[in-house]
Write a protein that binds this ligand. Structure first.
Ligand code: IPE
Ligand code: IPE
Ligand code: MG
Length: 285
């Protein structure tokens, strides 16, 4: 048991960097301008902030301590996105499935949410950040719903970073809601079924104002999307980092951006820009 715990802790500290790309502290501070061409910066980054519970358990702490530590990483990553000129950042904070957790954990998460909004809103507004909640705010407790709605209202005309926070969010619920909204429009005679296009469908989603996701990052080593942005992720590049969310920082973030910048996005076409790039299969040809 002791050795298992010790090995987990060591693993946590000495995890290898994703792939072979490493970023120096100076590069992380300078941001992507130094590290990658501006044309290869993603417009929309989505992050599944996972591993708070394991981070805490590895340290013999309660899961709620992991969530509290996670909010520190959150502050840093939002600021980095703003500093680096990312257009939209979508963060998975609480899923429709997360209600299955213990009352104690849900209360801790909801408490942190309130604390976070109250302490950050002035600075985010000052930085011209526009906050949008993805998900059904009506399913949140009163105080949390009021705080997030106030934040959305207060920042709705801001033109800087589009900060989308997924709260009580489920991808299938979002798609079902979009289908219902369109059905209502047909029923009211505003549109005909044949008017429904991918574009019009996309406009019914919580993310209507953001472009499709370019880069999805998930921490904690899990390689699944867990009901996050199924429509918006169809052509996203995915980067899975083994580190737990509270340990994710600017340097790690920049590494993910560099991995993204090194990917060939073909969207079903043929990569004519870099035909010389070889796959592992034909590298020795
Ligand atoms: C992510 O961390 C935060 C939320 C889901 C709210 P977890 O709480 O899922 O942490 P693990 O996956 O159990 O380690
Ligand atoms: C996804 O993480 C939800 C958030 C990060 C908010 P989970 O920890 O809930 O996902 P699963 O259960 O491992 O798929
Ligand atoms: Mg998890």
């Amino acid at each position: 048991m002791f050795f298992e715990k010790l090995s987990k802790m060591l693993n946590d500290v000495f995890r290898p960097s994703p792939k072979y790309i490493t970023v120096s502290v100076a590069q992380a501070a300078a941001g992507p301008a130094q590290a990658l061409p501006p044309s290869r910066l993603p417009r929309h980054v989505a992050i599944i902030m996972d591993g708070n519970g394991r981070w805490a358990q590895n340290r013999g702490m309660p899961r709620s301590a992991g969530h509290a530590a996670g909010t520190e990483a959150l502050r840093d990553i939002i600021r980095a996105s703003d500093d680096w000129g990312i257009e939209a950042l979508s963060l998975y904070a609480f899923s429709t499935e997360n209600w299955a957790r213990s009352k104690e954990e849900i209360n801790a998460l909801m408490g942190l949410l309130l604390k976070y909004f109250n302490s950050e809103i002035d600075e985010l507004d000052e930085k011209n950040v526009r906050i949008t909640i993805l998900g059904d705010v009506n399913g949140l407790p009163d105080a949390q719903r009021e705080a997030v709605c106030r934040a959305m209202e207060r920042t709705k005309d801001n033109t800087g970073l589009k900060l989308n926070i997924a709260l009580n969010y489920g991808g299938r619920a979002e798609l079902t809601r979009a289908a219902k909204l369109l059905a209502e429009k047909v029923k009211a005679g505003e549109i005909q079924p044949e008017d429904i296009t991918e574009d019009l469908f996309g406009q019914q989603l919580y993310t209507a104002d953001s472009p499709d996701v370019d880069l999805l990052i998930r921490t904690s080593g899990e390689m699944r999307t867990s009901n996050f942005l199924p429509w918006q992720l169809v052509y996203a590049e995915m980067v899975f980092d083994s580190i737990n969310w509270p340990d994710f920082d600017r340097a790690r973030y920049l590494q993910c951006l560099r991995i993204y910048a090194d990917r060939d996005r073909r969207f079903g076409g043929v990569d004519e820009a870099r035909p010389e790039k070889k796959t592992e299969d034909n590298a020795d040809d």
